[in-house]
Design a protein around this ligand. Structure first.
Ligand code: NAD
Ligand code: GLY
Length: 362
């Protein structure tokens, strides 16, 4: 199959997202790889499945592949793993004329990007995302980072990849819970600014749930286009890019509160979007129809939209204070006026946030 290419054009850099449903299509990046050493960063779950094939493809163009395997899991997206990558780069004399390549889900993409951003004040890197969440979101747009014990993604840098290579056939080995988690980040585009995508998702939900590869490939390409559109307008999140964080402030608090053990990122985002819808109605920016629409789409993909009573809403609000979007003492959150009409709401008071969380408890 011919690859679909979505281009991201930014002031300082431009790069292609190359999407194929049967192979890792490196043909358009052969000049980038030519004669360079590749530090290939993966984890112990994805590497056994794909590292051999990817290394073989990379070896056609680069001068050598140096694999480094991380432990699998969000809990390893931390300073120790990042330091481990830097030690590995030092031990293998990876310098600014070489290149890093990630192979894995969003965790591997984020930490590899951050290692590339920080090593020798910035080396080039390519993302090869293998989870749905990373293919629709995490690998695209240049946000890189790791978690701090006090909160998610608190350490990081904007550093754009040279290319993103997506082989949607990798989704065949993705555990079904992780697939659903990726749908949490997929549906967010519909609520942010793409109401037609909501219709498309609704019409194609059966094929998506059955993991029909052509439908998934089309869905991923659309998400990459939506994300590219926003990142092109606002690479460093000074304005409109913040909309991509719909549901995320709630989600990060849920993930931190439950120590990354109870919810995947996408599951937490889906619940966070439901909380954002509740808050939009509490603040009288929207009406019950929005909540019903959000819950109906979540239901089509069997995405949870509530948290149990055992999660203390006050503690979540406390954690939300650490969010990067907090300005002064009031919260700044992404809310919705309607499906596909999200906006940045400043001066959100904690009483309303608390109420929105409580409305999503069951
Ligand atoms: P993940 O990287 O932990 O992957 C989920 C699980 O699936 C892991 O066990 C992983 O090893 C496994 N996996 C991945 N691909 C596989 C495959 N093809 N076959 C079998 N197993 C596979 O989690 P994720 O959901 O991919 O990403 C979540 C992370 O992404 C979070 O850390 C989040 O903060 C980050 N993120 C970043 C951005 C960004 O813009 N940089 C955007 C959204 C999310
Ligand atoms: N995932 C949010 C962003 O890339 O801005």
């Amino acid at each position: 199959m011919q690859s679909t290419i979505v281009n991201i054009t930014l002031t300082g850099s431009s790069y292609p997202i190359i999407i194929n449903d049967s192979c890792f299509d490196l043909t358009s990046v052969k000049e980038i790889l030519a004669g360079r050493k590749v530090a290939l960063i993966s984890n112990d779950k994805v590497a056994p499945l794909y590292i051999e094939g990817v290394s073989k493809e990379l070896s056609k163009y680069c001068s050598g592949v140096f694999p480094h395997i991380l432990a699998d899991g969000e809990e390893y997206k931390n300073l120790d793993s990042w330091r481990g990558i830097l030690d590995f780069l030092a031990d293998n004399n990876i310098n600014r004329s070489d290149i890093l390549v990630s192979l894995g889900g969003g965790v591997v993409c984020d930490i590899t990007g951050f290692a590339a951003a920080s090593w020798m004040r910035g080396v080039e890197f390519i993302q090869i995302p293998t989870s749905l969440l990373a293919q629709v979101d995490a690998s695209v747009g240049g946000k890189t980072g790791i978690n701090h014990p006090k909160g998610k993604n608190l350490i990081g840098a904007f550093h754009q990849p040279k290319a993103v290579i997506i082989n949607t056939a990798t989704l065949k080995t993705l555990p079904s819970r992780e697939f659903k988690s990726g749908l949490g980040e997929t549906v967010k585009y519909a609520f942010i600014n793409k109401p037609k995508f909501k219709k498309w998702l609704g019409e194609n939900s059966d094929r998506i749930n059955q993991q029909d590869l052509p439908t998934l490939t089309e869905m991923i390409a659309q998400c990459c286009e939506f994300k590219a559109e926003i990142v092109q307008q606002d690479e460093k999140e000074l304005g409109v890019r913040a909309l991509l964080n719909l549901g995320h402030t709630f989600a990060h608090a849920i993930e931190t509160f439950t120590k990354y053990k109870e919810y995947t990122h996408g599951e937490a985002v889906a619940i966070g979007i439901a909380m954002a819808a509740e808050l939009s109605v509490i603040m009288e920016k929207s009406n019950q129809r929005l909540i019903d629409n959000v819950r109906a789409l979540m239901a089509k993909f069997e995405l949870q939209d509530t948290i149990p009573k055992s999660i203390n809403p006050e503690k979540l609000v406390e954690l939300m204070r650490l969010d990067k979007k907090v300005k002064g003492n009031t919260h700044r959150l992404i809310l919705m006026k309607d499906i596909g009409e999200s906006y940045i709401q400043t001066n959100v008071c904690e009483k309303d946030i608390l109420q929105a969380i409580e409305n999503c408890q069951s």
